[in-house]
Write a new protein. Structure first.
Length: 457
């Protein structure tokens, strides 16, 4: 329980009651989150942080595009953030440590964030959500990794092996530290025509060094089964990376993000993007995100429709959706059946001879509207932390995608409220101007009459 401050007034007395963040805080049903997540807590040990505080911090993080550390710091400085998280008096201390957000994400998991995303959809009007047509598209959610090269991976594996040897007090036959430094320099000139042969030789030698160190450490473990079991997964990963070649399928591009894969979306500025593919489903007219799905494996766009539309159906129901509008990347699928309900897939194609003028016009309008999902994806990436995902693993990809979609829906609701408030004020101002103009006309007429009486017309 937060103690009230005797020297400051209530936050509501200091804040603008028409601020969209204040109105959103009053509109959200926070008791739903508390009832849903309370069962995940135990009554033993130190009292937990309030559920509204943790959910509010995660929503503010995505709404304002902040890191875990920055959102905690900004909460201390911003009274609107504190009111949004349920505090009635201004607090001068940090609400929690930034790592508490990590623990809370792990606690509620993917199912918890799907519930939060569903409540963000319910915040909008039923007419805006229950549309018969939806728009579907995919994008790449890039992982937090550098541009992958074989040289980087080999050097990282060598460094990891040296750390393991130091931690377990293993005396290696040779550490190769001085030799590695020269090979690292040679790899810098890999694209130079005169030095590519030398760089390839260094690359081959680095792989050999990594394999030698791995075998040496594994041999020094001897009969200690605990050490073998402790590092078996790591050693299997390292050997898999060292043995992969250019034509190897399911290549590993990062030691800490093993689920990331290379996706070529045909962009001029990026040949490949390294991360996971994500599907976005929006309503056709209102542009509300009603379904998302992250895909663990690299699949053709037409194969991702089942998962994306299944998530949409679980959020808003299957009876309202009759058609999904996609681009030509989804060719190969004409319909998707979910819960015994068939959803047709519309893809731009050549004009048919038997099409009537009305059908031609409807198709043009439909596929022209399909492009509306592109700026939505841009806002998700630039404004709501989907440009680069800093959460680890595939579960991190799923959580970040759900949070970004939730933040977009909340931000859209805030914009609609601000527009409504502005419209009301604008109408009031126009009414005042019209009243003043009528008063001016009345006084002008009165003045004319008075002058006429003086002249005795």
């Amino acid at each position: 329980m937060v103690e009230k401050n005797l020297f400051y007034g209530s936050l509501m007395d200091m804040l603008d009651s028409n601020d969209p963040l204040v109105v959103l805080a009053d509109t959200l049903d926070w008791s739903k989150y508390e009832n849903e997540f309370a069962k995940l807590y135990s009554k033993n040990g130190r009292p937990a942080k309030p559920i509204r505080l943790m959910v509010g911090l995660l929503l503010l993080k995505q709404l304002e595009n902040l890191s875990d550390e920055n959102v905690v710091l900004q909460w201390k400085r911003n009274p609107y953030f504190q009111y949004f998280c349920g505090y009635s008096d201004f607090q001068t201390a940090l609400p929690c440590h930034s790592t508490d957000l990590v623990y809370f994400r792990n606690r509620i998991g993917k199912d918890g964030f799907e519930y939060i995303f569903k409540t963000s959809i319910e915040l909008h009007d039923d007419e805006a959500i229950n549309e018969e047509q939806v728009i579907v598209d995919t994008t790449v959610q890039e992982s937090n990794l550098t541009y992958p090269t074989d040289g980087k991976l080999a050097i990282k594996i060598i460094n990891h092996l040296l750390k393991i040897a130091k931690k377990e007090n293993i005396k290696l036959r040779r550490s190769f530290i001085k030799e590695i430094k020269g090979h690292r320099i040679n790899l810098r000139f890999f694209k130079h025509p005169k030095k590519i042969k030398k760089a390839k030789g260094s690359m081959k030698r680095l792989r050999t060094i990594a394999k030698t160190l791995l075998r040496d450490i594994d041999r020094k473990f001897g009969d200690n089964l605990d050490l073998h079991n402790k590092y078996s997964e790591k050693f299997y990963l390292y050997m898999r990376v060292l043995l992969q070649e250019k034509t190897t399928k399911n290549k590993i591009y990062s030691l800490h993000e093993t689920d990331a894969y290379a996706v070529n979306k045909g962009k001029d500025n990026k040949g490949y993007e390294y991360g996971t593919k994500a599907s976005i489903v929006t309503t056709k007219q209102s542009g509300i995100i009603v379904g998302v799905s992250a895909h663990k494996d690299l699949e053709h766009d037409s194969k991702t429709l089942q998962a994306a539309l299944k998530n949409t159906v679980s959020n808003i129901g299957s009876k309202t959706i009759n058609e999904a509008i996609c681009d030509r990347g989804y060719r190969g699928t004409k319909e998707v059946v979910i819960d015994n309900h068939t959803i047709g897939i519309s893809i731009p194609g050549q004009q048919l001879k038997h099409d009537t003028p009305k059908q031609i016009q409807d198709k043009k309008e439909k596929f022209k509207r399909r492009a509306a999902i592109e700026p939505i994806i841009g806002h998700l990436k630039q404004d709501h932390r989907m440009e680069r995902n800093y959460l680890k693993g595939f579960i991190g990809d799923q959580i970040n995608l759900l949070l970004a979609a939730t933040a977009f829906n909340l931000k859209k609701w805030m914009r609609l409220y601000f527009f409504t408030l502005f419209s009301q004020n604008f109408i009031f101002i126009i009414a005042c101007i019209q009243a003043i103009q009528k008063l001016q006309q009345f006084f002008i007429k009165l003045l004319i009459v008075k002058i006429a009486l003086k002249i005795n017309w």
